[in-house]
Design a protein around this ligand. Structure first.
Ligand SMILES: N[C@@H](CCC(=O)N[C@@H](CS)C(=O)NCC(=O)O)C(=O)O
Length: 249
């Protein structure tokens, strides 16, 4: 019997990347919910494996040399799973390099910039629109970059679907969840100003494994996150956001 991989996380874009990949490669896995509002990510046990106190964290009981191995950082987890299974990251050096470039572009630009825009849309104190303007402009610039890439290539890393697509896809759902004028629209239609992005999203949504990866967390974890968020005290929200008495100076 194959060892079951533990995915520690919540229903957030960086965790969806991994649930999608685990379904795509067909490894047995289960979710271990981390309640970030209650502070599960700050326990010594969690920090010993994920020192940046973030999810996702992956624990593979059957790691290299058959020994247990843990991985934090979603990009590193995707590469680990690709190397473990020989799937969704090319072995040919040139193609592999291109796929990794788009994966790193997600890690360094899309996640941080969309994430900051989502933060300021929800929590910007009145008085200045500068953060909203700054991160909206960055999001639009990034969408132009993705549109240009996908107008030349079927997938981000080239002609093959790869971990780069799995990394970017969940972040394309963030504007639809939080950011006007995307908010509340159908995922594919929301990007009608970007026809190549729309077509790529449509292709990805037709993948049964991707759908299973989404569904797994939407059904089991999303309700827990919503009730944890609504049950959180002001102090717990401040701790999660690193503000108020939890701000570091
Ligand atoms: N670069 C990290 C970012 C991870 C990240 O920001 N995770 C969020 C959820 S998507 C988190 O754990 N937040 C809890 C916290 O910041 O305490 C990755 O890609 O794994």
């Amino acid at each position: 019997m194959r060892a079951v991989i533990d995915l520690y996380g919540m229903s957030s874009p960086n965790v969806f990347k991994i649930s999608i990949m685990l379904e795509e490669v067909g490894l047995p896995w289960r979710i271990k919910h981390i309640n970030v509002f209650k502070g599960d990510q700050y326990t010594q046990e969690f920090l010993s494996l994920s020192p940046n106190n973030k999810v996702p964290l992956l624990f593979d009981p059957d790691g290299p040399e058959g020994k247990p191995h843990s991985v934090f950082e979603s990009g590193a987890i995707l590469i680990y799973l690709a190397d473990k299974t020989g799937k969704f990251l090319a072995s040919e050096p040139r193609v592999r390099s291109i796929q990794l470039q788009w994966l790193m572009m997600q890690m360094g630009s899309i996640g941080p910039m969309f994430g900051q825009l989502m933060h300021f849309i929800r929590y910007n104190p009145p008085g200045s629109d500068y953060p909203l303007e700054r991160y909206t402009s960055e999001m639009r610039r990034i969408l132009d970059v993705l549109e240009a890439r996908l107008s030349q290539s079927s997938f981000l890393g080239g002609e093959e679907y790869s971990i780069a697509d799995m990394a970017v896809f969940p972040w394309m759902r963030v504007p639809v969840a939080y950011i006007p004028p995307f908010k509340g629209r159908d995922l594919v239609e929301a990007y009608d100003r970007y026809p190549s992005i729309s077509a790529w999203l449509h292709t990805l949504l037709e993948r049964p494994a991707l759908q299973r990866g989404l569904e797994a967390l939407e059904t089991s974890v999303r309700p827990k996150d919503l009730s944890a968020f609504h049950a959180a005290t002001e102090d717990e929200i401040d701790r999660f956001l690193g503000r108020g008495k939890f701000a570091r100076k």
